[in-house]
Design a protein around this ligand. Structure first.
Ligand SMILES: [Mg+2]
Length: 259
């Protein structure tokens, strides 16, 4: 772990689900005082999520956040009006999936109605619509054997794309990961703190100067070298570790009263 020198600017890059947001009840209150402290000291927080742009835009007001953000697992960085695409446009992904439909049994978001997606995900209508508003990835509900899935993943790779297992879905997306955006976000003398809880966060933790693994509420433990680890889970763990890091770097306390 490299510690920031005094002259270094700090940038915090964070996963959303299970990290900033509680995995079970989606609460995030514990992080708010820390976000105020960061705000008052000019430290941006870039959310780096597998969610879509529409999903984060609907949520970020609750965090009082206006900083750049990364969506769909490292596929694109949104910074004001500027978009940096690191993944593959969805139209291209769908085009490459077309011929595979005859060979494998799967159903994608693009084949589904909003009602289907609500059923698959348990989301309400608005949330399902935001989740379906994808620009760089296609989630598939796999309906074939495991063997066929392996074969499918290989064919996807040969077509210059990749697959990612996440919960119920097999995501097809461009060859990118949550670590790649960090080299674009690192402008000038900046030290990056990254926080995450799952395997898709590993590349991000490795690309950061200080990687922080947030404990999960289940028995999953993310294996990673040279990282700090929270004892508490989700947003509590986030607040615990960010307080430690900001204190260690002598970043002044927030002037806002959080009583
Ligand atoms: Mg997560």
């Amino acid at each position: 772990m490299r510690m920031a020198e005094e002259s270094l600017q700090l940038l915090v890059v964070s996963d959303l689900d299970g990290t900033l947001l509680d995995h079970d009840d989606y609460s995030f209150e514990p992080v708010l005082p820390i976000l105020d402290r960061m705000d008052e000291n000019g430290i941006p927080m870039v959310v780096n999520t597998s969610k879509t742009r529409a999903e984060w835009l609907a949520m970020r007001g609750d965090f009082g956040n206006v900083d750049p953000f990364v969506v769909e697992n490292g596929s694109a960085i949104y910074d004001g009006d500027e978009v940096t695409v690191l993944g593959t446009p969805r139209a291209e992904i769908l085009e490459k999936l077309k011929p595979l439909k005859a060979l494998f049994k799967f159903k994608g978001y693009s084949d589904a109605s909003v009602t289907d997606i609500m059923e698959w995900t348990g989301l309400g209508r608005q949330s399902a619509e935001r989740s379906a508003d994808r620009h760089f990835s296609e989630p598939l509900l796999w309906g074939d054997t495991e063997e066929k899935e392996e074969e499918f993943c290989k064919l996807i790779e040969e077509r210059g794309l990749m697959t990612l297992r996440g919960g119920r879905f097999l995501h097809v997306l461009g060859k990118t990961d949550k670590g790649r955006p960090l080299e674009h976000l690192r402008k000038g003398k900046v030290a990056i703190v990254a926080l995450g809880d799952r395997p898709n966060d590993l590349a991000m933790l490795e690309a950061a100067d200080i990687g922080v693994v947030i404990a999960t509420g289940d028995d999953f433990v993310l294996e990673a070298d040279d990282v700090l680890r929270s004892t508490e889970t989700g947003p509590r763990g986030w607040a615990e570790m960010m307080t430690q890091i900001l204190d260690q770097l002598n970043i002044p306390q927030s002037q806002t009263n959080h009583g």
